[in-house]
Design a protein around this ligand. Sequence first.
Ligand SMILES: Nc1ccn([C@@H]2O[C@H](COP(=O)(O)OP(=O)(O)OP(=O)(O)O)[C@@H](O)[C@H]2O)c(=O)n1
Ligand SMILES: C[C@](O)(CO)[C@H](O)COP(=O)(O)O
Length: 240
Amino acid sequence: MIWAVIPAAGRGTRFGGPLPKQYMEIAGRPLLGHALDALFADPRVDGAMVALAADDDRWPGWTSLHGRPVLSCVGGGERADSVLAALQALPADVGDDALILVHDAARPNLHALDLQRLIDAASADADGAILAAPVRDTLKRADAGADAGADVRILATQPRDHLWRALTPQAFRRGDLTAALLRARADDVAVTDEAMAMERTGARPRLVEGREDNLKVTTPADLALAEFLLSRRGQARGKR
Ligand SMILES: Nc1ccn([C@@H]2O[C@H](COP(=O)(O)OP(=O)(O)OP(=O)(O)O)[C@@H](O)[C@H]2O)c(=O)n1
Ligand SMILES: C[C@](O)(CO)[C@H](O)COP(=O)(O)O
């Protein structure tokens, strides 16, 4: 059994738009809808649980998409809290051995082949797997944060050997991931992705190389790029 968990309870503060970015639309459909469509592109995905903000008044109330169930629950203050809430809200027949695909609602451009390769890898590996992209740029450590304005300067060049950027979906067994997130919470450790929680338990998840255009919409510029990328896919579909 394979279920998707979609953390969609964020505020989108870095985006700064008129509404939470997961509800910004591309081609007349919210980013959250595109993320769900991408997950259901694989017929092995049996259903989806979406974690929403407690005051979310934009959720369309979907109960099924592409012939599969869509459920929702209330998320939490941090992304990890939302993922844990969704795991705990899954139906009773989704057992501890079910494979869970955690995918950001803010990533609308997941390709079916990447999803297929991730599911294949995670299904065969007890430590799970994540989509990720090898770092191909030279990396610089700065003397201040990106929001420090014009005067941000290079402190040092960082070695980039064996560095990858984590994407989503990230795929783990329900029982293992739930225990790992509970342990991180008990240890008061803030985890920024599911793999970090799993690594803390000794797991060594597989890195499955994913497309660079599986971008997370974080700023308005990202939305424009995502819109372009999705439009190109639409054009390609139209040519089949
Ligand atoms: N408490 C939270 C925070 C984030 N998310 C979700 O986690 C994904 C990735 O998080 P991010 O891109 O950081 O979204 P936001 O937290 O909304 O953005 P920001 O940090 O700019 O506020 C998003 O789909 C977001 O909705 C969530 O479900 N619950
Ligand atoms: C999960 C993630 O998308 C992997 O890169 C990333 O950690 C989310 O970070 P955010 O700050 O919650 O957007």
